[in-house]
Design a protein around this ligand. Structure first.
Ligand code: COA
Length: 341
């Protein structure tokens, strides 16, 4: 289904503390060479006490200024985050209150690294309603909060940061197609959990609390899950390459285009090898695949928004171009949206 969707403004924010690959050699057994060659990451930014919502506010204020829009003109605020500051209130409510967006209702999304792309599609659908004129979509992630800095296989991958876009139906842009998917059967590949039991009254044995996993039933308890990110890197790598390919083929076919007609693919910034493998399968030249992960690392759902904002700032996006956005990650989930901007 085609829906009106124009990016009226964008902004992004990275906290000032920069950590180079070589800084990790002081805390785990790794090397700059290993990290660069396996991931393409050179450095990342970490919050030094800034909240997820505070980073989101900075990105949102830039996006509103870019769109020349007052917060009071917003009708909906969507925030994607896997690292909210509170169980309640939501990041989106805090943002709504802080910005003074009194007319806007506010909703948090958590589909891990796919969140910004899911948010684009949700915004397009809400904007079909004429009473909703402006949507602020924010992604803000403080992954350093859930990173195990003793695990060399994950701690070198992640970074913190935020991005925001102002979206409207009143403009030339269109969402031509989307492909949003979830595969809970692969949930165990990427986990981080809350601490479990808090009440003082004795717990039921695990076997009573959850139906046991069987042939047709997946486990709901993952022995490897801790409050820190745990990842089966190879599984996620395989999933990610397939997800980008499946999503791009689906949205181009559904909108009646060939893959080679894409002007840009703006993907989740997780790993350059993932992007190269997917581009090869799609026969898409790498100069159409935007990458800035060397500077930011994997910032989960913020990364597509940060990449989008950088593309706009660098003047790479022009009206009428075909731009695909692709996100993939925990859940497992993936999402692709095709825009004519
Ligand atoms: N420094 C040095 N060595 C490291 C290391 C590090 N930071 N992390 C892991 N290694 C070691 C492993 O221990 C292993 O050693 P061993 O062979 O002695 O056991 C070796 O490097 C190879 O590990 P492997 O997991 O096979 O590496 P890989 O080539 O698959 O690369 C990832 C690891 C994580 C970079 C890769 O699997 C990946 O990118 N996965 C997708 C991750 C991702 O992007 N997730 C986010 C999606 S939202």
């Amino acid at each position: 289904m085609q829906m009106k969707l124009t990016i009226a403004g964008s902004g992004s924010y990275l906290p000032p503390t920069t950590v180079e690959n070589r800084d990790f050699t002081r805390i785990v057994d790794t090397s700059d060479e290993w990290i660069r060659s396996r991931t393409g990451i050179f450095r990342r930014h970490f919050s030094d006490g800034e909240l997820t919502v505070e980073m989101g506010v900075k990105a949102a204020e830039k996006a509103l200024a870019d769109a020349k829009l007052a917060a009071s003109e917003l009708d909906l605020i969507l925030v994607s985050s896997v690292t909210p500051d509170y169980v309640t209130p939501t990041v989106s409510c805090l943002l709504q209150g802080y910005l003074g967006a009194a007319q806007a209702f506010a909703l948090d999304i958590n589909v891990a690294c796919s969140g910004f792309v899911y948010g684009l599609d949700l915004a397009a659908r809400y904007l079909q309603d004429p009473s909703i004129r402006h949507v602020l979509l924010v992604a803000s992630e403080k992954l350093s909060r859930v990173t195990d800095f003793t695990d060399r296989s994950t701690c070198v991958l992640f970074g913190d940061g935020a991005a925001a876009v102002v979206l409207t139906a009143n403009g030339p842009g269109e969402e031509l197609a989307c492909c949003l998917k979830a595969d809970g059967r692969q949930a165990q590949a990427l986990t981080a959990c809350y601490p479990d039991r808090n009440h003082p009254f004795g717990a039921a044995p695990a076997s009573l609390a959850t139906p046991p996993a069987g042939k047709d039933r997946m486990a709901l308890r993952f022995p490897q899950a801790t409050p820190f990110i745990h990842m089966d890197g190879r599984e996620v790598y395989r999933f990610a390459v397939g997800a980008i390919e499946q999503g791009i083929r689906a949205v181009t076919a559904s909108a009646g285009y060939q893959v080679e007609q894409l002007d840009w693919l703006i993907p989740h910034q997780a790993n350059n090898r993932i992007l190269e493998a997917a581009a090869k399968r799609l026969n898409l030249p790498m100069d159409k695949v935007y990458s800035c992960l060397d500077e930011i690392g994997n910032t989960s759902s913020s990364s597509v928004g940060i990449a989008l904002d950088r593309c706009r700032q660098q003047g790479l996006l022009q009206g009428g171009q075909l731009v695909a956005f692709s996100g993939f990650g925990g859940g497992l989930t993936h999402g692709t949206v095709l825009l004519k901007i």
